[in-house]
Ligand binder design. Structure first.
Ligand SMILES: Cc1cc2nc3c(=O)[nH]c(=O)nc-3n(C[C@H](O)[C@H](O)[C@H](O)COP(=O)(O)OP(=O)(O)OC[C@H]3O[C@@H](n4cnc5c(N)ncnc54)[C@H](O)[C@@H]3O)c2cc1C
Length: 378
């Protein structure tokens, strides 16, 4: 089969690794021009890390990922609300761990040997023919494929070309992401501060801590000029207790990433011989930390269907992939939206009530959604 994968992110690279060596001609294109940026931290739950076992990449994952053992929930001024020990419940299902997106992509890329990745390339047009898809690239060249996989992330061009303009689900929140040195929190612990109109998350990887500092976009400005002071002011109640975190906040002349907390749900997952994978099909809010794990799981299911079909029957395989996984993915996305309503609160009285409730929220309730998804057949 002639397969084009659009996007060398988590899902596209994993899929290529699973399909390589089966006699297919696979090509990946990637819009970015290099892989040098660390990006942000990603936590994988066993739904995602189990896929790495199949890829022979679990030992490489253990070397670079920081196991996620304890989760601390604090309020907007740093007082402890609850602490959850996740080990006993999650460990029987597999590994959890936090690593940089760059490290995850590197270990996935090491699983592909013969698949070319063409950097700085995108698509402009897809033409659905009866037995193949005509693809026009942004350099004007045209090629034909039996299968085109749109793994091009939340703002997917492939999705736009097969499903039109799909509205983004907006929470109205966003925030800045940067890296700080280890030291403020134990490396095995994720710590989140849920305030009224503010949210701070500290996610330790093996060698540093990824920081997310957010709030309603009406209060957390995306302006570069004055950014550092603005963030420091917004989190003034926490600055004194977390000096190494806020000292590491880059000055305004340095490039850091503003993350708008939005997601997307595509109404269709495939058209003809073109299929959406990962965030391109269903993107996630970060609230449950499920996006990358679900992207890996979707890649495994798509690969499973594709390994049992010949080129002429690809549309059938795509339909089976969607039937097997779409409901599960959308259910998880709905749960992450519900969680956002609890985590991202503007009003002080509501935040106080939420904190009181969370004080008595058990670890079983806290991970109920993940536990259920680990027990369900796929
Ligand atoms: C700050 C942040 C923190 C996150 N934390 C977590 C977490 O803790 N746990 C978790 O599970 N998920 C997390 N996520 C979500 C997770 O990153 C995504 O769900 C996951 O990466 C989806 O994988 P993907 O392959 O679908 O998309 P991506 O990994 O985004 O890959 C898409 C790729 O396609 C490329 N591309 C885009 N457009 C084109 C084009 N037109 N042509 C060619 N290439 C293109 C992009 O450059 C990119 O390399 C986080 C996301 C962010 C932004």
């Amino acid at each position: 089969m002639r397969i084009l994968v659009i996007g060398a992110g988590v899902a596209g690279t994993a899929l290529a690794a699973m399909l390589e060596g089966r006699g297919h001609h696979i090509k990946i294109i990637e819009r970015s021009t290099d892989f040098s940026k660390s990006g942000y931290a990603l936590s994988l739950w066993p739904l995602g890390s189990r896929v790495l076992i199949g890829l022979g990449a679990i030992e490489a994952f253990r070397k670079v990922a920081q196991p996620l053992e304890t989760y601390h929930l604090k309020n907007g001024v740093g007082e402890q609300i609850n602490t959850y020990d996740l080990r006993a419940l999650i460990a029987p299902h597999g590994d959890t761990g936090t690593l940089s997106r760059k490290d995850l992509l590197t270990l996935l890329r090491h699983r592909i040997v013969n698949t070319p990745i063409i950097m700085g390339r995108s698509i402009t047009q897809l033409n659905h023919l009866p037995l193949e898809t005509e693809v026009t690239f942004d350099d004007g060249s045209v090629e034909y494929f039996d299968l085109v996989v749109g793994a091009d992330g939340i703002h997917s061009k492939t999705r736009y070309l097969i499903a039109g303009d799909v509205p983004v689900h907006e929470t109205g929140w966003g925030g800045w992401v940067w890296w700080a040195p280890h030291g403020t929190v134990p490396v095995t612990d994720v710590t989140e501060y849920w305030g009224a109109g503010r949210f701070l998350g500290l996610y330790p990887t093996a060698d540093q801590i990824c920081v997310f500092a957010g709030g309603p976009t009406s209060k957390i400005s995306q302006e570069i000029a004055g950014r550092r002071q603005h963030v420091l002011d917004h989190f003034a109640a926490l600055n004194p207790t977390l000096p190494s975190v806020f000292d590491a906040l880059p000055f305004d002349d340095q490039d850091i990433f503003f993350w708008k907390l939005d997601d997307v749900r595509s109404p269709i997952w495939s058209k003809g011989r073109v299929v959406l994978l990962g965030d391109a099909a269903t993107a996630f809010l970060p609230t449950a930390g499920l996006g990358a794990s679900m992207a890996l799981e979707s890649a495994a299911i798509l690969a499973d269907e594709l390994l049992r079909v010949e080129a002429k029957n690809i549309p059938r395989a795509l339909s089976l992939y969607e039937k097997r996984h779409r409901h599960r993915v959308e259910h998880a996305q709905t749960e992450s939206r519900h969680l956002a309503k609890t985590m991202l609160i503007n009003s002080t009285p509501l935040a106080i009530a939420r904190d009181l409730l969370m004080k008595h929220y058990s670890v079983e309730n806290f991970v109920a959604g993940i536990m259920k998804s680990l027990d369900e057949p796929i």
